[in-house]
Design a protein around this ligand. Structure first.
Ligand SMILES: Nc1ncnc2c1ncn2[C@@H]1O[C@H](COP(=O)(O)OP(=O)(O)OP(=O)(O)O)[C@@H](O)[C@H]1O
Ligand SMILES: [Mg+2]
Length: 447
C-alpha cells in the first residue's frame, strides 16, 4: 500500500510589504503594469521575493486560467522542492485549496483545480527535453540567474497560450548574466514588456533588525558579494577573488596550539568534531592535491588542517601510497570518515578505493559534487568575512592559492576564475570539494 503523505503545516502568513504586494497583484487587469508579459523580482537575499511571487503566481494562474499547464522551475529539482514547492503546499493548506502533489517520476507535478503545474530542475538535460513538448500558460522560475540560457529560452518559448506570463526571481549576478542583458537593460525590458521589481531586505517585514544585521555580516562591505546579495546590484567581479583574505592573511593562520585553546570554563574552544578530505587529481598541466578540512562544534569554524600537493608526474601506485599516508596521518588526529574526489577520474578513484581496502584504511570515498564554482567562491568569501575560516600555517600551497586567485580578465565580467596552468587552482578545488557537501548548512544554519 502506498505510504500516506503527511500533510504540510499551514503557512504562517505575516503582513506583506508594499513591494511584495506589487509582486502579488501586478497582473490584475485594473493595475497599469498588467499589460506586461514578464515580471522579474531581483535583489537582496531573504528579501521576500520567492514567497510573494508564489502567492502572485498561484492567484494569477487560478483566477485567469482553467485547464491549463504551467511551468515551475528551480536551479535544481531539489532546490525547487525546498524553496518553492514546500511553501506553496503550506499556502494551499492555509487557504484550504485542494491539490494533488505527484512528487516523483518524469512528470512530477502539482494539480490545483483544473490546472497542472509541472516541476523542472533547470540544470538537467532531461528537464529541458521534457519542456519541449509542453504548451503552457505561464512559468515560474526561482533563482533564474542560475539557469542555463537555453532553459530560459525554452521556458519562455513554451508559454504560447494567450495571456501567458513569465515570472522570474533571482539574486543579481554579473551584469553580463543573460537575465540582466536580455530582460533588465531598459531598452530590452521595454521591448520584451518586462515589469521589474527590485527588492531589499527592508521589503521583508518578517526580518528583525538583528537578523538583517546577521545577513549583512555574511559578506565584507564593499565586496562584490555584499553588492549583489545585500544591496542587490548587478555588478561585475574582477581582481583578487579572496581580497579580504589576501589583505589580511595572518589573521586567518593558526597552529595546532589554537586547536587547544580553552574558554573561561576550561573547555576546548576550537575542538575539531570531524574532518573531511577533498581530492583533486592532476593532469598534464595540473597538480594532485589533497585537503583535510575540519569543523568545530556547530560549524562555528572551518579549518584547513592539512594538505598534500604534488605537481610532479607520478604513477597511480605512488598516488595511492600518498593518499594512504595522508588518510592515516589525518585519522591519527581527527575523526575522518569521507573523502570527496574529482569525479572526472573514475579509474583513479577506484584505485584509491582498492588501495584503502588493502591497507585497511577505513574511509568512504565519494564523488565530489562539483557544483558551480561561483557558489564555492561565495561560500569561502562569506566564511572569510565572518572570520570563520582558518588555515594551519604549514599548508603553504592552500594559503598561496587563496591569496593569489584572480578572476580571468580576458573573460571580463563573466566571473570566471583564472585557470591558466600557472595558477594553483588545484588546491582550491580540493579544498572546495572537502566542504561542498555541507556548504549551505555551514552558511545558513550556523550563521
Ligand atoms: N509575508 C510573509 N509572511 C511570512 N513569511 C514571510 C513573508 N515574507 C517573507 N517571509 C519569510 O522570509 C524568508 C525569506 O523570504 P523569501 O524566501 O521569499 O526571500 P527571497 O528574497 O526569495 O530570498 P533568497 O534571495 O535568499 O531566495 C522566508 O523564510 C519567508 O518564509
Ligand atoms: Mg528566493
Amino acid at each position: 500500500m502506498a505510504k500516506k503523505q503527511k500533510r504540510p503545516v499551514k503557512f504562517d502568513f505575516k503582513p506583506f510589504s508594499e513591494q511584495q504586494r506589487r509582486l502579488i497583484h501586478w497582473w490584475r487587469p485594473v493595475v497599469r503594469y498588467s499589460s506586461n508579459d514578464i515580471v522579474i523580482a531581483d535583489g537582496a537575499i531573504r528579501s521576500g521575493k520567492t514567497i510573494a511571487m508564489i502567492i502572485g503566481f498561484l492567484t494569477w494562474s487560478q483566477e485567469m486560467f482553467s485547464g491549463q499547464s504551467f511551468i515551475l522551475a528551480g536551479k535544481t529539482m531539489g532546490a525547487l522542492k525546498k524553496n518553492v514547492v514546500r511553501p506553496m503546499l503550506q499556502m494551499l493548506e492555509a487557504w484550504g485549496w485542494p491539490y494533488t502533489y505527484i512528487r516523483s517520476g518524469t512528470d512530477a507535478r502539482i494539480e490545483i483545480g483544473s490546472n497542472v503545474y509541472y516541476l523542472y530542475g533547470a540544470n538537467t538535460e532531461a528537464s529541458q527535453d521534457a519542456l519541449q513538448g509542453l504548451t503552457a500558460a505561464g512559468a515560474y522560475a526561482d533563482e533564474a540567474a542560475l539557469f542555463p540560457q537555453n532553459f530560459i529560452d525554452q521556458m519562455i518559448g513554451r508559454c504560447s497560450v494567450t495571456g501567458a506570463k513569465v515570472w522570474m526571481n533571482c539574486n543579481p549576478d554579473s551584469p553580463h548574466n543573460y537575465i540582466h542583458e536580455e530582460f533588465l537593460v531598459p531598452e530590452k525590458a521595454k521591448k520584451k514588456k518586462v515589469y521589474h521589481l527590485h527588492f531589499t531586505m527592508d521589503d521583508n517585514l518578517t526580518l528583525s533588525p538583528k537578523v538583517k544585521e546577521k545577513y549583512r555580516r555574511m559578506w565584507a562591505v564593499g565586496s562584490v558579494f555584499y553588492k549583489r546579495f545585500i544591496l542587490g546590484l548587478w555588478v561585475a567581479a574582477d581582481g583578487l577573488i579572496y581580497q579580504q583574505f589576501a589583505d589580511n592573511v595572518k589573521d586567518y593562520l593558526v597552529t595546532s596550539s589554537w586547536l587547544l585553546e580553552c574558554d573561561e570554563r576550561k573547555q576546548l574552544k576550537n575542538e575539531i568534531m570531524y574532518a573531511v578530505i577533498g581530492v583533486d587529481f592532476g593532469g598534464t598541466k595540473s597538480a594532485h592535491s589533497f585537503t583535510l578540512t575540519g569543523f568545530t562544534k556547530g560549524y562555528k569554524q572551518v579549518v584547513v588542517l592539512d594538505e598534500w600537493y604534488c605537481k610532479k608526474r607520478i604513477n597511480p601506485a605512488q598516488l595511492q601510497e600518498a593518499f594512504i599516508d595522508f588518510v592515516k596521518r589525518a585519522k591519527a588526529k581527527y575523526r575522518v570518515l569521507e573523502a570527496f574526489c574529482d569525479s572526472a577520474e573514475q579509474t583513479l578513484i577506484s584505485g584509491l578505493e582498492m588501495a584503502c581496502m588493502q591497507a585497511h584504511v577505513g574511509i568512504d570515498i565519494r564523488n565530489a559534487i562539483k557544483g558551480p564554482i561561483n557558489d564555492r567562491i561565495a561560500f569561502y568569501n562569506s566564511l572569510i568575512a565572518q572570520h570563520r575560516w582558518k588555515i594551519m600555517k604549514h599548508c603553504k600551497h592552500t594559503i598561496e592559492a587563496f591569496e593569489q586567485a584572480v578572476y580571468d580578465d580576458k573573460k571580463k565580467n563573466q566571473d570566471v576564475r583564472l585557470d591558466d596552468g600557472l595558477m594553483n587552482v588545484d588546491s582550491l578545488d580540493s579544498c572546495e570539494y572537502s566542504t561542498e557537501s555541507i556548504q549551505n548548512d555551514i552558511l545558513y544554519i550556523a550563521a
